[in-house]
Design a protein around this ligand. Structure first.
Ligand code: ZN
Length: 354
């Protein structure tokens, strides 16, 4: 699956700019309210883009978003050359070579991938399928209709390559021209630009995905409207965003790694994401919270140091977090949330309740 667009390396590429970028004041991207409550300012802790960036709350709908924020025509300067997600190898071989047979078994039996070659499971893999079933069901899209998939913010196309290997006809949208050129090695159907600028026929895709992308977009509501329009009847839109209302956001505040200022323009909670989906004409049928120790450890590094060095005893912390993070997921306080969305008023289907 595709990885978060948030930066993975702390001492990675150098910024594209040496002077602070021009800022502009905007209206709330969810409800259009022009008043806002400033909360705090912070620098770019991950990649060092110069300047201070400002988090605000909308008094109308409660959305947390950057205001003022980097001027629209300079947003691309927030992504340094070599920005890790844009430079990642797309891995044209598709699926990982040592994939457990439990994965195709779960896909065929629980998510409609009936075209995959049949697999027979040894007892060990049966156990794995039972234990990891729910996680796998949430990690892969259900195979719907004619198997036409659009991935928004596809970067170099790693997820598209994996989905192509599972039988999907793949298309992508990517704003970064260099990453898009790499993604074209996976599929020629790549639109370069913002999802609000792309034009596809209504109902063109069976599944539309956007993983860790909406929070980067200047108009996430417009993007969601298009995604719902492009989904075929009975199709699904699947989005994943960082959750500022999770344990990490609450514990670390301005040092939370998920803030990713200035690249994350909106900081969603499950409530504000739901409100935006509903305003776009959709409804959430299922949500799945996710947490990984490395997100919280990165936040702790930002809190205690400049973030570039590992902390002493980090492995003990990682072990402890592995044990307690399932509690965050179970109580709706995960670091990120994946949402399964349909157009409002459409009927539910078997794959909505795994
Ligand atoms: Zn608002």
């Amino acid at each position: 699956m595709t990885s978060p667009r948030s930066a993975e390396k702390l001492c990675g590429p150098s910024p594209r700019v040496s002077e602070p970028l021009p800022l502009e004041t905007i209206a709330c991207p969810l409800c259009g309210e022009t008043r806002f409550q400033p909360l705090f300012s912070q620098g770019d802790l991950a990649l060092g883009v110069p300047g201070r960036f400002h988090l605000a709350r909308c008094p109308g709908c409660g959305l947390l978003y950057q205001n003022p924020r980097v001027r629209a025509d300079r947003l691309d300067a927030c992504y340094p050359p070599g920005y890790p997600p844009h430079a990642r190898d797309p891995d044209l071989s598709g699926l990982p070579p040592r994939l457990s047979p439990a994965v195709p078994w779960v896909l065929a039996h629980r998510l409609g991938y009936r075209h995959l070659p049949p697999v027979s499971l040894r007892w060990r893999d049966r156990l794995r399928a039972a234990l990891r079933g729910r996680r796998l069901v949430n990690a892969f899209p259900p195979f719907l209709g004619g198997g036409r998939l659009l991935d928004i913010g596809c970067a170099t196309g790693r997820f598209l390559s994996q989905m192509g290997a599972l039988g999907w006809e793949t298309s992508g949208i990517e704003a970064d021209p260099e990453a898009a050129a790499t993604a074209r090695r996976v599929t020629p159907r790549i639109f370069v630009g913002d999802p609000t600028e792309a034009s596809f026929p209504d109902g063109r895709f069976d599944v539309v995905t956007a993983f860790h992308v909406l929070e980067h977009l200047p108009d996430p509501l417009g993007a969601l409207r298009n995604m719902l329009r492009w989904a075929a009847p009975g199709g699904r839109v699947i989005v994943e965003v960082p959750n500022v209302g999770g344990w990490g956001g609450r514990l670390f505040g301005r040092y939370w790694s998920g803030l990713e200022l200035p690249r994350h323009l909106v900081q969603f909670t499950p409530q504000t994401l739901r409100a935006m989906v509903e305003r776009a004409g959709g409804e959430i049928v299922r949500a799945f919270h996710k947490s990984k120790p490395r997100y919280l450890i990165r936040s702790l590094r930002f809190r205690l140091t400049d973030g570039s060095r590992p902390l002493a005893g980090e492995w003990i912390l990682k072990l402890a977090l592995e044990l307690v993070l399932p509690l965050a997921e179970a109580t709706g306080r995960g670091e990120a949330v994946r949402f399964f969305i349909r157009r409002a008023g459409e009927r539910s289907a078997w794959y909505d309740a795994p």
